[in-house]
Design a protein around this ligand. Structure first.
Ligand code: ADP
Ligand code: X15
Length: 401
């Protein structure tokens, strides 16, 4: 899928929202701390242009999102109430918070929703039908509204009920401004990238993002793997990395990918050293170690100084860098150095820098260098799949012009 697809899709500019019930899927999957406070509101801020546009037109705005992976049952820690509250602060108006996303009580709240007002539905993933893209659940969501707007770029790679199913029922189904902007930036960056093109992968969604590597190897000159993603590769090379994040069932795939990179002549860089910790805690005992002397039972929570130096050297020579997934558990200050070091090299270089992912965006912001990047995408998996050339179901399902 290329950026051209957007030329054929209707956008929020093409519809009149006045008096209409507008179902707008956003990605408010924001990071929260243990007390349930939002630690980074980038994704909420990014949806504001579309939200403000619908409100200004006098639309009756129904916002839907997921948060985390509650696996089909209501869990209070995954409530969207904090996101609704933050949105209210940003807009300077009260946002209604529904107790659920479907059902009679929600239908009543929608029926009573005045023009220019906003109702936030509760987490769509509190229902299994969401991730199953269940037809009956999609129909229940669709029954709430007249038109559909998708501005959830971060979730556009998921064919779920609120991203794909509803778009197949409500007409028109249009794209919001964020989706439009993301595709424009990402499309430009990869159409004819300034080379060398370097991809940096990290983070924790290993099995989700590992398959992307196969097609990335067709496009990039260098692939750097750090963060939680690296340990499955290092284990596949035979190293013992204690209790680090390792996806045992993906070891074969990791080995194959390393083989493929070698055959294609793509340099694949893995960490040479680590900041290992005795446990997964902000103030855990920690130690720098190599791949060969990893302390038994410990876990790697950041890349070490030698790795930072090696990655920095390669990155400083890049023409374009696509970065997805932090280099360590940057939420803990003791394990944030690797991630911040990579952000610093990108900030200091002339390379086109594209950062993707909710946590990666949060890390870039925390580093204080976010405004020195070319583009920070609100989607990690979504931007990767787009860069791979895959179709994003949440966009494909929208109405053609
Ligand atoms: N070595 C590691 N071990 C465990 N978790 C890690 C490690 N490195 C990074 N992470 C975690 O990865 C998470 C982000 O992963 P992911 O969701 O894939 O990124 P993004 O949201 O940017 O797409 C962060 O919460 C971070 O703490
Ligand atoms: O945070 C997200 O993706 P990302 O971590 O790849 O950026 C999106 O909200 C999608 O969430 P999901 O990967 O649980 O479907």
């Amino acid at each position: 899928m290329g950026v051209d697809i957007m030329l054929n899709k209707m956008t929020v500019r093409d519809i009149d929202c006045k008096g209409k019930r507008v179902f707008c899927r956003v990605d408010f999957n924001v990071p929260l701390d243990k007390e349930g406070r939002i630690t980074d509101d980038t994704r909420i801020v990014a949806a504001l242009p579309t939200i403000k546009h619908i409100i200004a037109q006098g639309g009756r705005l129904i916002l839907a999102s997921h948060l985390g992976r509650p696996k089909g049952t209501p869990k209070p820690e995954f409530s969207l109430a904090p996101a609704a509250e933050r949105l209210g602060q940003l807009l300077g108006q009260t946002i209604g918070m529904a107790p659920d996303c479907v059902g009679a009580e929600v239908a009543k709240l929608v029926a009573d929703l005045p023009e220019g007002e906003v109702l936030m539905l509760e987490n769509v993933r509190f229902h299994k039908g969401e991730t199953d893209n269940d037809a009956a659940f999609s129909a229940q969501l669709a029954a709430l509204a007249d038109v559909y707007v998708n501005d959830a770029f971060g979730t556009a790679h998921r064919a779920h009920a609120s991203t794909e199913g509803v778009a197949r029922i409500l007409s028109p189904a249009v794209a919001g401004f964020l989706i439009e902007k993301e595709l424009r930036y990402l499309g430009q960056a990869i159409a004819e990238p300034v080379r060398p093109l370097v991809a940096v992968l990290g983070g924790a969604k290993v099995s989700d993002k590992l398959p992307a590597i196969e097609s990335l190897l067709e496009k990039v000159d260098v692939l750097i793997i750090g963060g939680g993603m690296a340990y499955t590769f290092l284990k596949a090379k035979g190293y013992d990395l204690g209790h680090s994040l390792i996806e045992e069932e993906r070891l074969g795939m990791a080995a194959e990918l390393m083989q493929r990179a070698a055959t294609k002549g793509v340099a694949l860089l893995l960490p040479e050293d680590h900041v290992a910790a005795s446990e997964f805690k902000a103030d855990a005992e920690s130690r720098i170690c190599g791949n060969d002397d990893f302390p038994a039972g410990w876990m790697g929570l950041d890349i070490g100084p030698k790795t930072v130096a090696r990655f920095s050297e390669v990155l400083s020579k890049a023409g374009t860098v696509v970065w997805n997934g932090p280099m360590g558990v940057f939420e803990f200050d003791a394990f944030a150095k690797g991630t911040f070091a990579v952000a610093q090299v990108l900030a200091d270089s002339k390379a086109v820098s594209i950062i993707g992912g909710g946590d990666s965006a949060a890390a870039a912001k925390k580093s204080g260098l976010a405004d020195r990047m070319t583009h920070i995408s609100t989607g990690g998996g979504a931007s990767l799949e787009f860069l791979e050339g895959k179709e994003l179901p949440g966009i494909v399902a929208l109405t053609d012009k």
